[in-house]
Design a protein around this ligand. Structure first.
Ligand code: MN
Length: 202
């Protein structure tokens, strides 16, 4: 069973002006597609062909670097597209809002911690909002295409929101201004989608 690139849940220009259509076209159509293709090549003829992506990611220490990089790339980008929306930018509500208040004090503090995690990640990687093993929300970051679901992650948990801080995610529009991208992206976060992931994870 080969992995496939899921259809993008909105048009490539839907997140303009915060994420431009050209960046989205290259990021989704080329980068994400390459992670899927290279993951399929890396697991071809192995037992991993019969596993779900979650099963592979949770036991990633058993696999090659190619599976880690491309399996992580496929997992991370699938999550990323699903938590963005043209109708985003509102603040979380309901149980997720309560959990954010409990863990961080306020939504602004969560936003600030995510921006700081993304800005200080040297080189390429991700900033994450996770449900930790204690059931509480936490902010963390990972290098390259690792993620907190991996058994090799320094801080482990279930990611419910992530921000891609690879240059390919923002360079065409924001060049070296990663903090400007980290501000703009909050205009397109779909907190209802994050709340759904929170319910599943906790
Ligand atoms: Mn990316």
């Amino acid at each position: 069973m080969a992995f496939e690139l899921e259809k993008l849940p909105y048009a490539e220009n839907a997140l303009e002006p915060h994420i431009d259509a050209e960046t989205m076209a290259i990021h989704y159509g080329r980068h994400h597609q390459a992670y899927v293709d290279n993951l399929n090549k890396a697991i071809a003829g192995t037992d991993a062909e019969n596993l779900s992506l979650d099963e592979i990611i949770k036991n990633i220490s058993k696999y090659s670097g190619a599976v880690r990089n491309n399996g992580g790339g496929h997992y991370n980008h699938s999550l990323f597209w699903s938590v963005l929306s043209a109708n985003g930018g509102k603040e979380p509500t309901g149980e997720l809002a309560d959990a954010i208040k409990e863990a961080f004090g306020s939504f602004d503090e969560l936003k600030s911690q995510l921006q700081s995690a993304g800005a200080t990640r040297f080189g390429s990687g991700w900033a994450w909002l996770i449900v930790g093993k204690d059931g509480k929300l936490a902010v963390t970051s990972t290098p390259n295409q690792d993620n907190p679901l991996m058994d090799v992650a320094e801080v482990q948990g279930t990611p419910i929101f992530g921000i891609d801080v690879w240059e390919h995610a923002y360079y065409l529009k924001y060049q070296n201004k990663r903090p400007a991208y980290l501000e703009a992206i909050f205009n397109v976060v779909d907190w209802d989608a994050v709340a759904k992931r929170y319910q599943e994870a906790k």
